[in-house]
Design a protein around this ligand. Structure first.
Ligand code: COD
Ligand code: ZN
Ligand code: ZN
Length: 376
C-alpha cells in the first residue's frame, strides 16, 4: 500500500480533558512497530463505557485520549512479526486482548488476559509509547484500540480477522456491546432452557442479554428499565414482560419475587449503580439463583450487600465481555451473525458520520439511542 511505512494524517475524535466534548481533529498516526497492526477503521459503535471515559469515571485513563472500542475495519499495514493478518483483511478490534501466553489465556475456562487494562494500563502501546500525535502533542490510546480514529495502531493480539463478506457497519457491535450481553447469558450465567430471567437495564448491552437469554431457551424474561421507551425493542428481542421500578411503591426486588414466587433463576445487572446491583442480587432466588453483574461503578465505589443474601446459596458473578476469549471467538461470532443465528442489527438505532460523534453521545445520554454506529 502507498501509505505503508509512512505517517498517515487523518481524522480522529480526541478527548482533550475530562468533561469536555470530543473534538474532531486531524491527527498523525505513526506506522506499526513489531507485532502491531495499523487498521483503517470503517465503522465504530458508541458504548456507554466511552461516555464513562469522557466523564472521567472509567478506570485510570490518561488524557488527551482517543476513545472508542467497538470498531471494525481493514488492515492497512502490519509490523514485523505479524502473522495472523495481512493488508486488506477485514478485522474486528477488541478492548480485551488475548495474548495467548499468560496463565489466564492458557486456561480454557477463563477469558481474562493479564495484558488487559485492569492489569496493565492500555493508554500507551505495550512498548510504552503512543502512535498518535495532534497539534504537536502525544495523544493516548484507549484500551489499546482507540477506534474513534480513522486509522489506529494496535497490538496484534487485540484483533481478529473476520469473514471478508461481513458488513463492517453491523458487525462492529460484536466487539463489545452485543458480545458482552449475549455472552453474559450464554457463557457466564449458562442460562438453562425453561428458566426465568430478569435483566436490569435495556441499553445495547442489556438488550443483548435479553437476546442471549432467549437463545438459551429461557421461558420468562423480565426486562427492567426506568425508560419505558426501551420496552418495545426489548419485547421484539425476547422479553416476555417489561417493568419500570418507578411504577411501584415497593423495591423492584420485592416486585420480581412476587411475580415469580421465590425470585428469578438468573438476574443480570446491566446499568452500573449500587442500588441496581443490590436489587439484582436480591431478585434471584435464595438458593440456586445466579446474579451476573455486568455494570461497573466508578473505581473505589462500595456496594452495601447484606451477607445473609448468600447464606442460602445465591451466587453473584462478574463477567468481562461476556466470557468470550476474543481472538478465538470473534471470527465464530461473525460466522454466526452471517448465518443469522442472532440479529444484532436490531440494536442499531442510528448511523451517523464521524463528524456527528457528539450528536451520537447526546442521543445516548438522552436515552434516545441504543447503539449509534459512526462511519468514517
Ligand atoms: N433502574 C432501571 N434502569 C435504569 C436505571 C435504574 N435505576 N438507571 C439507568 N437505567 C437504564 C437506562 O434507562 C438505560 O436504558 C440502561 O439502564 C443503560 O443503558 P446504556 O445504553 O446507558 O448502557 P450500555 O448498555 O451501552 O452499557 C451498560 C454497561 C452497564 C455495560 C456500562 O454502563 C458499563 O458499566 N460498562 C463497563 C462494564 C463492562 O463490562 N463493559 C463492557 C465493555 S464496555
Ligand atoms: Zn463497551
Ligand atoms: Zn493473556
Amino acid at each position: 500500500m502507498a501509505t505503508s511505512g509512512k505517517v498517515i494524517r487523518c481524522r480522529a475524535a480526541v478527548a482533550w480533558a475530562v468533561g469536555k466534548p470530543l473534538s474532531l481533529e486531524e491527527v498523525e498516526v505513526a506506522p506499526p512497530k513489531a507485532r502491531e497492526v495499523r487498521v483503517k477503521i470503517v465503522a465504530t459503535g458508541i458504548c456507554r463505557t466511552d461516555d464513562h471515559v469522557l466523564e472521567g469515571s472509567f478506570l485510570d485513563i490518561d488524557f488527551p485520549v482517543i476513545p472508542g472500542h467497538e470498531g471494525a475495519g481493514i488492515v492497512e499495514s502490519i509490523g514485523e512479526g505479524v502473522t495472523s493478518v495481512k493488508p486488506g483483511d477485514k478485522v474486528i478490534l477488541f478492548g480485551l486482548p488475548q495474548c495467548g501466553e499468560c496463565c489466564f489465556c492458557k486456561n480454557p475456562d477463563s477469558n481474562y488476559c493479564l495484558k488487559s487494562h485492569l492489569s496493565v494500563s492500555q493508554c500507551l502501546l505495550p512498548d510504552k509509547t503512543s502512535r498518535f500525535t495532534c497539534r504537536g502533542k502525544q495523544i493516548h490510546h484507549f484500551l489499546w484500540i482507540s477506534t474513534f480514529a480513522e486509522y489506529t495502531v494496535v497490538p496484534e493480539f487485540t484483533l481478529a480477522k473476520i469473514d471478508a463478506a461481513a458488513p463492517l457497519d453491523k458487525v462492529c457491535l460484536l466487539a463489545c456491546g452485543f458480545s458482552t450481553g449475549y455472552g453474559a447469558a450464554i457463557n457466564t450465567a449458562k442460562v438453562k432452557p425453561g428458566s426465568t430471567c430478569a435483566v436490569f437495564g435495556l441499553g445495547g448491552v442489556g438488550l443483548s442479554v435479553v437476546m442471549g437469554c432467549k437463545a438459551a431457551g429461557a421461558s420468562r424474561i423480565i426486562a427492567v428499565d426506568v425508560n419505558k421507551e426501551k420496552f418495545a425493542r426489548a419485547k421484539e428481542l425476547g422479553a416476555t414482560e417489561c417493568i419500570s421500578p418507578r411504577d411501584f411503591q415497593k423495591p423492584v426486588q420485592e416486585v420480581l419475587t412476587e411475580m415469580t414466587g421465590y425470585g428469578v433463576d438468573y438476574s443480570f445487572e446491566v446499568i452500573g449503580t449500587a442500588d441496581t446491583m443490590v436489587a439484582a442480587l436480591a431478585s434471584c432466588n435464595m438458593n440456586t439463583g445466579v446474579c451476573v453483574v455486568v455494570g461497573v461503578l466508578p473505581s473505589g465505589s462500595v456496594v452495601p450487600i447484606d451477607p445473609l443474601l448468600f447464606l442460602s446459596g445465591r451466587t453473584c458473578k462478574g463477567t468481562l465481555i461476556g466470557g468470550w476469549k476474543m481472538r478465538d471467538s470473534i471470527p465464530k461470532l461473525v460466522s454466526s451473525y452471517m448465518e443469522k443465528k442472532f440479529n444484532s442489527d436490531l440494536l442499531i438505532t442510528h448511523t451517523l458520520p464521524i463528524a456527528k460523534i457528539n450528536e451520537g453521545f447526546e442521543l445516548l445520554r438522552a436515552g434516545k439511542s441504543i447503539r449509534t454506529v459512526l462511519l468514517f
